[in-house]
Design a protein around this ligand. Structure first.
Ligand code: HEM
Length: 415
């Protein structure tokens, strides 16, 4: 790396990363007054970049590859080995088409309607309960919803455990020790379960309706014309189930935003207003901290030489809070999404660029539809109290959540 690039002098910044969490990259960008710096993380050098132009660079597939970018410990907990996240070039394009074929606007709408149905089914029990914890409820509601939509059979007695396993895989990404190992065990268990469903569908022991993700992934053919091996098929079906269950994190922040900004309750009547609110929740609250890729061939950017093989980390949280892009980024202001078009690279809660050609999340439409349906449910279909509780969230722990999980009491249907 060019000597002009600010270099964090510490021998290893891993401890600082765990101490500063979501703000690790942003803190150093401010300190060095630069859009890039070099650090040593988990035993290797990494160049950290932030902002819209950095995101545009990061999604240039001529310059970056994903192979070798995701540490094994993250593959073994969060992503699974052999999934779409780690592929490049034609193999990636082909696998990505599989995901995009399942996530059409029609299917996204269906999921929005289904989740509303599932929320409503919980109301009888909620009306009798002293209080509920929204995050715990959301994990289960979303797990029932996505499994029904995906054609995955799920007994009611299994729901809590499966939902918890999907959440543990995600909870493992920023953790060392017990939280990390819990995520690994959850993945092994889920891969066994989903793998056996794939095999049963292939042998005809279990019937799956054509068009459901279970059927589509079980019979998908890779570029070599062969079906995915059972393990890879399981990893990819889990790549649909796990992130959908974990929209529960954004839903919990959505309820927090409503609670802290009650003036919006009367301003969520149109689809456009609800969408703007949801987008601001996805921008404002932290979820994914950063993304990694490796330099594919040497190039120079901002007078700095990037050498083949170099690990580069793109700051998600900092880009969504970049003062150059966002007026008063520390303010929660949904109107900003009605005022100006966002670019493919400045608003990146689920990655940037074009999802058809790069690694951007294919599940953004699902996320937005499910969050809009939930917002409608919280605002228009029920009334509730928010009892005294700790609603603070840490910017150090990754992933984070309001401490109480958002407790609600005296829940009743609106007349
Ligand atoms: C809480 C909501 C979600 C968040 C915060 C989220 C975030 C992300 C992020 C940051 C990426 C990485 C982008 C990159 O590597 O450049 C990603 C990729 C991905 N997401 Fe999501 N996601 C969410 C929901 C979903 C949903 C609902 C699905 C599927 C139903 C999904 C499926 C995927 C897949 C398959 C990839 C890999 C894409 C690729 O490598 O080409 N995600 N997501």
């Amino acid at each position: 790396m060019n000597n002009d690039v600010p270099q964090d002098k510490s021998l290893d910044n891993s401890l600082a990363l765990y101490q500063e969490g979501y703000q690790f990259i942003q803190n150093r960008m401010e300190k060095y007054q630069s859009d890039l710096f070099e650090a040593r993380l988990l035993g290797q050098n990494a160049v950290c970049i932030s902002g819209e132009e950095a995101a545009e660079l990061f999604y240039n597939t001529e310059l970056f590859r994903r192979e070798g970018a995701v540490p094994k410990r993250i593959q073994k907990s969060l992503f699974g080995v052999g999934g779409v996240q780690t592929l490049d070039g034609k193999q990636h394009d082909h696998r990505k088409k599989l995901f995009l074929s399942m996530m059409t606007p029609l299917e996204e709408k269906k999921l929005g309607e289904l989740v509303l149905e599932k929320w409503t089914e919980r109301l009888d029990q909620w009306e009798l309960a002293e209080h509920i914890v929204l995050f715990d409820e959301a994990k289960e509601v979303l797990c029932r919803t996505v499994c029904q939509w995906a054609g995955v059979p799920l007994k009611e007695a299994e729901v809590a455990e499966r939902a918890d396993d999907f959440a543990s895989m995600v909870d493992a990404f920023g953790a060392v020790g017990p939280r990390h190992w819990k995520g690994r065990r959850a993945r092994t268990k889920a891969e066994e379960w989903v793998g056996s469903l794939i095999e049963d569908v292939r042998t005809g022991k279990l019937s799956a309706r054509e068009g459901t993700p279970l059927h589509t992934i079980a019979f998908h053919k890779d570029l070599n014309g062969e079906r995915l091996d059972t393990h890879t098929a399981a990893v990819e079906l889990i790549n649909v189930l796990r992130p959908t269950v974990v929209i529960s994190v954004f839903i919990t922040f959505e309820a927090l935003a409503l609670h802290e900004h009650p003036q919006y309750r009367t301003r969520l009547t149109t689809d456009e207003e609800r969408e703007a609110f949801v987008q601001e929740v996805r921008r404002y609250y932290p979820f994914g901290p950063f993304l990694g890729a490796r330099v594919k061939k040497d190039f120079t950017w901002r007078e700095c030489d990037f050498k083949e093989g170099q690990l580069v980390l793109l700051d998600i949280y900092g880009t969504n809070h970049d003062e150059k892009e966002w007026e008063e980024p520390a303010q929660f202001r949904p109107e900003r999404f009605q005022e100006g078009a966002r670019s493919l690279f400045n608003f990146i809660p689920q990655g940037g660029g074009d999802p058809t050609t790069g690694h951007r999340c294919p599940g953004e439409g699902i996320t937005v539809e499910m969050m809009k349906a939930t917002l409608d449910f919280l605002v228009n279909q029920i009334e509730y109290e928010v009892p005294e509780q700790d609603l603070s969230f840490s910017l150090v722990k990754m992933p984070t959540l309001p401490a109480s999980g958002f407790m609600m009491s005296q829940i009743r249907r609106k007349a």
